[in-house]
Every structure is written in structure tokens, then in C-alpha cells.
Write a protein that binds this ligand. Sequence first.
Ligand code: PXG
Length: 461
Amino acid sequence: METADIQARDHAHYLHPFTDHKALGEKGVRVIVRGEGIYLWDSEGKKLLDGMSGLWCVNTGYGRTSIAKAVYEQMETLPFYNSFFNTTNLPAVTLAAKLAEIAPPGFKHVFYTGSGSEANDTNVRMVRRYWDVLGQPQRDVIISRHNAYHGSTMAGASLGGMEGMHAQGGLPIPGIVHIGQPDYLSAGRGMTEEQFGIRAASWLETKIHEVGADRVAAFIGEPIQGAGGVVIPPSTYWPEIQRICDKYGILLIADEVITGFGRTGRMFASELVGIRPDLITFAKGVTSGYVPLGGVLVGQRVADVLVGQGGEFQHGFTYSGHPVACAAALESIRIVQDERLVQRVAEDTGPYLASRFASLDNHPLVGFTNSCGFVAGLNLVRRKGATLHQHEWFEPEKAVGMVCRGHMFNNGMIMRAVGDRMIIAPPLVMTRPQIDEMVALIRHCLDLTYADLRERGWVKE
Ligand code: PXG
């Protein structure tokens, strides 16, 4: 089929996620047809370097025959059976034991879902069930953060702090409240990063008092915010959050849908930022995105109540513990372990990416760069000031990030724009020479963006 035909069919029938359907129809959709390693090809034969791992998920890279084989063989043997009525299946059990082995200490149980959103819905139901069983049903409020992303189901979108999502469909649902995000760039003026970390964590304690300490069930957060623009909190933030959760006895949920399975140079980022969560949300990288799978890792404290005290938790999905998805996960995790991808990101390619990415700091359009393992971001700046908080940023209406993203894509580089912050989360298999190639490509596209913005008269020299 010709690209134009595919585009016409797409527009006629396919409603895309988070998309202005009318506007996309006018532009024409891009068609991705093939992937290998860290590269993709579109229907016109154009090669693209995928700096976003699909959508933060293709951690082991494209074209893994062994995952395809594992999936094929499982489909032949047993394509599906449910886990509801006193039944289980081999891949689901094997994966559960594997997850218990690689999870932080104290995590022995898993509840499977089909996605990260469903996993966060599960969290809402599970923490409320936990407090019910303990005889404290009034503890039903979950505290989250503005600009968080926790999915797009009713509960996922409610936990998330995206204003645009809340505005459509009467969200958040009752019992979910939000505090500010630990974003030093937008809220840390006049403080050191460390001071700001403590300040941002103190908003949790303030909110607990506002809600009433005996009403708060849990706090949820991404160790590093992903969709919100790779917001890497100050090192003081998470330990202080942990201290506050402990002080009031509230459950801590780490949403590791993006940060799980090696992205930050640890198997789970909770270990990196110094927290001991009670529940961990996962999805995406668990299967390297080859087949949908998500779930909740359940720590000792919650398991003791849910499992230890008995009674039915009336929750689950047809595809909870899907044998094919679990087979894909087992093979993806095997690759991560056998190829020592987590260690590589921690000790070799992660630090290399950090230093190469930081070299973009001297570009006239770059006001700030930072990274953690295999996530990184840079902020486009209108005019640089002497310090971070003296930079002049672009007016949001100009959507300069989107202009930059266009130049990136047209020149074979996939980088995501969140406002005027350009972010990457490359496959964990990316090598040093590929990092050089990527950073050179990003610099070239920044040059093109700069020239474009100068022509429009949007940059100050
Ligand atoms: N939690 C986090 C932290 C996520 O990043 C979800 C939950 C939901 O997972 P599912 O599988 O239901 O999509 C996510 C998903 C973006 C983008 O624009 C990020 C996600 C999804 C779609 C777009 O960066 N993350």
C-alpha cells in the first residue's frame, strides 16, 4: 500500500490516543513499518533513531527474535487461560517468582494487569481494601502530584495531575488530591536544590494536615516524572517523602512504569532514590513493550493484610496473568540480565550519555540539561541568563518544543517535546558510538531549530 492510501484509511477509521483527529487528518499520519535495534523505518523508507524506546518501553531494542519465539511457542502451547477460578498457568507463576527475585527486598507478590493504567486502578482499589480490612475504611484519600502521569483510565487520569485530562470528563474522581511537583526549574527560585527538595516534600505534610491524617490512605509518585517532562527531583526529596509517609503510617506507592526494569541504572528506581515503597506499579519495560503487560508489586506490609488476613479482593481482569504476555516478560528480563543492561547503564553507557548530553549545554538554544541513567532532557531557552533562574524562556503559545520536534523527526531523530523541554529515553542497548551519533544528530537539529527561530524573529541574540 502507498503511504497516501495508508494515511487516508487511517484518517477514515483510526482514532489515535491523545490526538486532534481533524488536525492529524490534514497533516497526514506518519507510518512506522519496521524496527531493528535502536532504529525504526517509516513507509517511505526513512530511517529514524528512536530516542524514546517506542514510548519509554522498548528497553531491549527492536527485532529481538528470542522474544518473538517465546511468544510464538507459548501461543502454540497455551495461548490463554484465566487465573480466576483456582487456576494458574506456568509463565504467570514463573514470572511472579522472577519478579520477587529482582524486586527490591520485601516484595514477594504480584498482581497482574494489562497496562500501567489498570495497574494504578488496581492500586486505588488495593489500598482502600487494605485499610478496610484493617478496620479504617475512612482512610480513603490518595495524595498525588500536579503534572504526574499515572495513566488514562478514570482512576489513572485522576491520580495523574494533568489539568487537560481532568478538564475532560469530570475528573479527578472523589478521594484523590494533589500537591506540587518537585520541579526545581519552575518552583525552586531562591533556594538550593537540596533546600527545594525538602520544601517540595513538606507540601505532602501540609496536605496530610489539610485532609486529616486519619483520612489519608497513600501517597503515589513516579520516582522521576516521565510524561511530565523528565522531572528529576533533588536528592533530598524522596527520603523526606519516605520519612513523612512513615510518620503518618500512610502507604507509599512508587509508579515505576517508566523507571522500572533498568531505565535509571537500577532494576527499580526506588532503590536509587532511597525509598521503601509498599506498592510498585510496573508495565512498559517488563516486556520491552513487545506485548502489553502491567501489574503491581505488592510489598510485605500490604501482603500481610491482603493475603495474611484472608477474604476475597474483588478485583481482576480477563488478561491478569496472560500466559503470552508473561512469556514475553520472562524472555525480556532474561535479556536484561544476561546482557547486564542494568549494570551497563549504571557504570558505562549511563555516565557516558550524561556527559555527552551535558555537552549540549553550550548550544545557544539550550538553557539547561540533566539526565539520570537512560532518561535525559534539555530546556530550550530564548536568552541565557547568568544563572538557571535568570534565563528568559519562550512564551508557551509559540510551542517552540513542537518546532524543534519537527526538525528532529524530519532529520531522523525521535525526541519528545513536553512544552519547551526536549526529552529522550533511549533503548538500554544503545552503545557508546550510538550515543555519539544521537548527540551529534540532536545538535544538528538544534542548529536547524535555531536558524528557523531566528528567521521567525523569536530568539534574542
Ligand atoms: N504510569 C506511568 C508513570 C506512565 O508513564 C502509565 C502509568 C500508564 O501506562 P499505560 O500502559 O496504561 O499507558 C504511564 C504511561 C508520554 C506518554 O507522552 C507516557 C505514557 C503513556 C503515554 C504517553 O510520555 N506513560
